[in-house]
Design a protein around this ligand. Sequence first.
Ligand SMILES: Cc1cc2nc3c(=O)[nH]c(=O)nc-3n(C[C@H](O)[C@H](O)[C@H](O)COP(=O)(O)OP(=O)(O)OC[C@H]3O[C@@H](n4cnc5c(N)ncnc54)[C@H](O)[C@@H]3O)c2cc1C
Length: 389
Amino acid sequence: MRTEVAIIGAGPAGLLLSHLLGREGIESVIIETRSRECVESRSPGGVLESPTVALLHAAGLDERLRADGEEHCGIYLRWPGGREHIDFLGLAGRTVWVYGQAELTRDLRRAREAAGQRFFYRVSATAVHDAHTEHPYVTFQADDGRAVRVDADVIAGCDGPSGPSRAAAPCAVKQTWERGYPFSWLEIVAEAAPSTDHFIYAWHPDGFALHTTGSASRLYLQVDPGTDMADWPDGRIWDALATRLGHGQDGWELVPGPITSKSVVPIRSRVLAPMRYGRLFLAGDAAHVAPPTGAKGLNLAAADVAALAPALTALLRKNDTRLADAYSDTALTRVWRGTHFSWWMTTMLHVTADPFDAQLQLSQLRWVADSAAGAAGLAENYTGLCFHA
Ligand SMILES: Cc1cc2nc3c(=O)[nH]c(=O)nc-3n(C[C@H](O)[C@H](O)[C@H](O)COP(=O)(O)OP(=O)(O)OC[C@H]3O[C@@H](n4cnc5c(N)ncnc54)[C@H](O)[C@@H]3O)c2cc1C
């Protein structure tokens, strides 16, 4: 089989890239290990920055987002004795939208199906070949057992942190920066109406807690890595959330409900450079992972493909290599900004074993709350800087 762009991964990065390319008349094939249902059942987070929403609007993909999503003009920061609303609109003139990743993925997939996109779901043994030549190709085993080879002008590695694209980049040229953190998140999904209008990010001596909103109530607790879920029965989880989020302070109440799922999410930062090797271009979590505290992963994936689509269009339609040559540097500038912001939010809000850290964190929180400049810095980064600025 032949195509112009072989896209590995049907997550947000791969689907959005195929859509932006399709609008330029560029054909692609999407290759995905999981089933469609499985891809669309994953719904972490869902904070979409202002530039991501503008991109979705320009691509004609924001109808359901506008109808079913929530526009948020701020977040709450909370710590014992303190509560501050960071007013995004007043400080940065922008908002964010909360719309589940599963919903967005479904919208993207439906738009691609309507445009006649070729998909292969449930594949195995995906491998990248000859990326350093002008004739790269991808091989895999289709769900009916057939061995398939897709020849392409370009391969887009949108296959997340564990896919084969990252590994296909030659060791001699790639550089990886990583930061591990001594904690994880316990995520719960609950059948309870959200107890807040905006997300609450809470610092507490027992650990960080986050209350999000959206179609499902998702709440998070800082826990030790390797935490055994058996140690966290539902009652203990709600008690910890109530304590850390400040139940009872200023009349605020956390309303518990039945917990429908629990999982432990690892927290890490990773950036891989460059994001291009010959005819292989990486985008999204395949190239970088940020702690979810900054709500940046999907937004960085969107920014990557917003740069990659015009670069591939110029390369494939006009043989103009300038944007493709600049792609890695262009994307990485934004990736490092998002990586720093996510690290900053994470280190400000998660407690460590060192009491000195706790005092620095409280001082930082008070500064963000009391200083217009501090709050504006948070608001500007959280709501998203302009693409490729
Ligand atoms: C708790 C939590 C909250 C978050 N909140 C937010 C938020 O509010 N805002 C935000 O911007 N981001 C958030 N994120 C990050 C966001 O979920 C990811 O950054 C996003 O999924 C990245 O999209 P992607 O398409 O690059 O990668 P993925 O979504 O990982 O998609 C990659 C796809 O490639 C497929 N694949 C893997 N290997 C192969 C292979 N061998 N062959 C073919 N296909 C393969 C995978 O099955 C997958 O479907 C959050 C993450 C977590 C964990």
